[in-house]
Design a protein around this ligand. Structure first.
Ligand SMILES: [Zn+2]
Ligand SMILES: [Zn+2]
Length: 286
């Protein structure tokens, strides 16, 4: 069925893109925090179900995530000035520029006396870290989105039209003189969960009319069935669900659909698949 194929492609692309994006993010983030970037990237990408990534996000809170209050560049705790804009971030020795603490009287590195005050200092700000919340949200939302996408694909309103008729095999043969389906039934002799289908296509403009003639022993002249058409991106589908019937077994279901895409036929009996063999007819079926 077309919807399934597209949904599978989308899931595959997302599944392939997520580890790559996580890897790039973790590598850059861990490098900026002075963590072991290669190790954490491997952990985040290789551990299943995002567990490595979640552990990384929990652990990294212990490593500084400081920003320059002026230009928002990433800075580390031991930076004296911001590498982005030169703003003074912490007290430093006027002699050797080594970082010093407030209250120190002498620089521990070069022994120069330190001034009492350094008043042009702008302390780095700690960015609020929402990544963990975002990731945990995504772990819940991505599967939901996939389910939603699948549902939409299956139930999207269709632009194609279809009409259907149920009739005894004999009536059809008498009326049309077409014996191909009779021969097919005799040759394949389908079981209760099997069907034979004859198909005929006519193209007009960019639309194709597809006729199906379906035989399964499940069908009798007064069987109940429902026809659903699905509109996919690249392919349309028509699904026929037949209600379980004990007797009967001598009726044909004729269906005509018009679509501008390739059409897939799906046969089910109260939800369970009916396998079918399909042949192309040489002449219109009805
Ligand atoms: Zn700055
Ligand atoms: Zn110094």
């Amino acid at each position: 069925m077309a919807g399934v194929t597209i949904t599978m492609i989308v899931i595959f692309v997302v599944a392939a893109a997520i580890p790559v994006m996580i890897g790039i993010y973790v590598y850059r983030d861990a490098s900026a925090r002075g963590m072991n970037a290669v190790l954490w990237t491997l952990v985040a990408v290789l551990a299943p179900s995002l567990i490595g990534f979640i552990i990384y996000l929990l652990i990294r809170g212990n490593y500084s995530n400081l920003r320059c209050p002026v230009c928002d560049a990433r800075v580390r705790e031991d930076y004296v000035v911001c590498p982005g804009c030169g703003t003074k971030l912490r007290p430093s020795c006027p002699g050797c520029s080594a970082p010093v603490e407030l209250g120190w009287k002498v620089c521990p590195r070069c022994a120069a006396p330190l001034p009492e005050y350094q008043d042009d200092i702008k302390t780095p700000v700690k960015k609020k870290d929402r990544t963990l919340a975002v990731v945990l949200g995504a772990v819940v939302l991505i599967p939901l989105a996939i389910i939603l996408l699948a549902t939409v694909t299956f139930t999207m309103g269709s632009t194609m039209s279809s009409g259907s008729v149920l009739m005894p095999v004999d009536d059809y043969v008498q009326e049309t003189g077409n014996t191909q389906i009779e021969e097919m039934i005799r040759e394949k002799n389908p079981d209760l969960d099997e069907a034979v289908v004859l198909m005929y296509e006519t193209e007009s403009g960019d639309e194709t009319e597809t006729q199906y003639l379906i035989y399964t022993p499940l069908l009798s002249e007064d069987s109940d069935y429902s026809v659903n058409s699905g509109d996919g991106l690249f392919r349309d589908s028509v699904s026929i669900d037949i209600e379980e019937e004990s007797g009967g077994g001598n009726a044909l279901l004729y269906i005509s659909c018009t679509s501008d895409k390739t059409l897939d036929l799906e046969l089910t009996c109260e939800g369970s698949d009916i396998s079918y063999e399909i042949e192309k007819a040489d002449d219109p079926l009805y």
